[in-house]
Design a protein around this ligand. Sequence first.
Ligand code: FCB
Length: 491
Amino acid sequence: MSVQSRPETAAVTHAEARFPRDFVWGMATASYQIEGAVAEDGRTDSIWDTFSRVPGAILGGDTGEVACDHYHRMPADVGLLADLGATSYRFSVAWPRVRPDAGPVNAAGLAFYDRLVDELLSRGIAPWLTLYHWDLPQVLEDAGGWTNRDTAHRFVDYATAVYDVLGDRVPTWTTLNEPFCSSLLGYAAGHHAPGRQEGAAGLVAAHHLLLAHGLATEALRARGDDVRFGLSLNLTVPDPSDPTDPVDVDAARRIDALHNRLFLDPVFRGAYPADLLEDTADLQWQGRPWHDVVRDGDLATISTPIDVLGVNYYHGNEVSGHPRTDVVGIGADHPDRVALSPFVGSEHVTFPSRGLPVTDMGWEIQPDGLHRLLRRLHDDYPHLPIYLTETGAAFADSPGDDGEVHDPDRIAFLDAYLRAVHRAVEEGVDVRGFFQWSFCDNFEWAFGYAKRFGLVYVDYETQQRIPKSSAHWYAALSRTGTLPAVDGSAH
Ligand code: FCB
């Protein structure tokens, strides 16, 4: 366990917190992280298959080749989801199964998701589908990937193929998961696939991802709009180290621009933030300012109305504009491979530790940031139904002598984050559901299998699933819709 002390809220007293009756209790996964079966039924390589083969790119040389073998164990996994009280399941579709090599539609690949959706519905679980959780067909990367505008159009071809088969049974469709990661971590930092470290390419990729979101939303809505459309953004809460120091205040503004408003503003306001354009004005793409890739009409497409906003939140950060050595992990650190800063044009910014307890990812446990983020979205952006589409924590879990996996730190984490959500709901923020990341331990991208986020423990040797104590806790929560009172004096 990497935490030195229990999460800060465990020692205080809390009243019972009752959630609205129809609040969604979900669990989330993503295709490459759990499916395995990477060469079956016509699937071809994605950028994550390729990146996994780059020496040093993934901790321990891990790959998603087998992962949780979910492709073969799907019905049993759905049974477990039902037993654990999930009322909705957020999964993603692998583009290279549906259109291998971005070519013609592959019925065998689509059939897997067809079976998954039917299985979920038969167990009373609402499917929540993400079209892009980062597994871009490698052939498209070979043609430039998300720096190539054409990729956005290929995404529409893929999205419509999925929609034509599943649109009648899946009520909620999100186009992108965390475009911050698939653009800036993949094309500027090089921490994620495709591992490019090309600065401005991160911003160009962000624009084409947003364009893909807008084009696909318009195209799918035109085919039938009795479903809800949206996307999931991973947002942060940047607090200046010293709020009276203009250098720190400026650093926090820059991180807010690159992490939050780069995505929120085009989608909800039809414009890139002026300060971000200024901060990145010197960044050139193919000999011209990066922003020249934005064509007339793009922002109108990107800001096409959506119905739900998915928010992924793990932690915020203290932010400084000064060199600091007492820094915390922000997710892009990797022991075997040097990643660059994803914050292009603001590489000088540092993230000092606040001394808060951290998870096994080195991420600070900071539930009050979630409350402030939800309030901020409510205050600054149109009032859409919000769903927490990801929150969770990695801890170094393992079965005890009794064969059970006891994870009180994860329970304390979820309790604290859910109380932050509850507080926002009480204050009038329209949060309608919570998807725990993740249903089961899985392939945690550049960290391979070393980080365990699951409610369900996976023994990767045997593929045995063991629900952790947090899974039983979450099942009870989903049944009662109520966080029990906590008497801090008992701790
Ligand atoms: C998010 C990703 C998800 C998972 C969690 C821990 O950034 O969307 O796939 O890796 O972090």
